[in-house]
Design a protein around this ligand. Structure first.
Ligand code: COA
Length: 165
């Protein structure tokens, strides 16, 4: 993260200029992110440039979730316990400002690192993302995420794979 900082969303951050080109994600950051943090519905992390440490240029959210064992491909379930629901961490929203190409991979690397760290204390077998479109699917595939056969927009990365990244 040379030149960038990733930290939890706080009052000091300027979210007003953020534009990722997707209005639902812009609105989420502007209007709902802080409420989610307050109500413990999601943890929100923002990326800033070191020389401009207030302006948000990217963000992502993390929260606990689970995936039905029956929704996962067999080659993955073979390596998982036979519980009906598999514990997971959802990186629910991830976006970078249109003026900062390349920040997407910084965001996702930070999210994956954080998930691996957190899973040492609160176990989760998978990291899950919602891809919202073909471009995002390609982006997540670059990092090894795999679409759920029955829910192609929902993708996952086994935590054991994330640990090796
Ligand atoms: C998806 C998004 C985060 C990608 O950010 P980015 O800064 O363009 O990503 P990067 O440049 O770091 O790309 C990382 C890799 O993914 C690839 N990639 C990024 N966008 C891609 C696309 N549309 N199609 C194919 N590959 C893509 C890049 O080529 C790069 O691979 P490389 O390292 O081999 O060159 C960004 O476009 C965005 O914020 N979009 C709007 C919000 C959104 O759709 N979020 C995802 C769902 S919530």
């Amino acid at each position: 993260m040379k030149g960038h900082v990733c930290e939890p969303l706080g009052n000091q951050h300027d979210r007003t200029q953020f534009d990722c080109g997707v209005s639902v994600l812009n609105d989420y950051l502007a209007k709902y992110a802080k409420q989610d943090v307050k109500r413990k519905a999601a943890a929100v992390f923002v990326v800033l440039k070191r020389e401009e440490p207030k302006r948000v240029i990217g963000f992502y959210t993390l929260c606990a979730t689970s995936v039905a064992l029956s929704d996962l491909p067999e080659e993955v379930t073979r390596r998982l316990p036979r519980y009906p629901e598999i514990p997971a961490i959802l990186a629910g929203r991830l976006a970078r400002d249109v003026d900062y190409p390349g920040v997407g991979s910084l965001l996702l690397s930070d999210a994956i690192t954080r998930c691996v760290r957190v899973a040492i204390e609160i176990a989760a077998s998978l990291i899950v993302v919602d891809s919202k479109g073909e471009a995002a699917t390609h982006f997540y595939e670059k990092f090894g995420f795999i679409s759920l056969p029955k829910l192609p927009d929902r993708m996952f990365l086994p935590m054991q794979t994330a640990e090796k990244l």
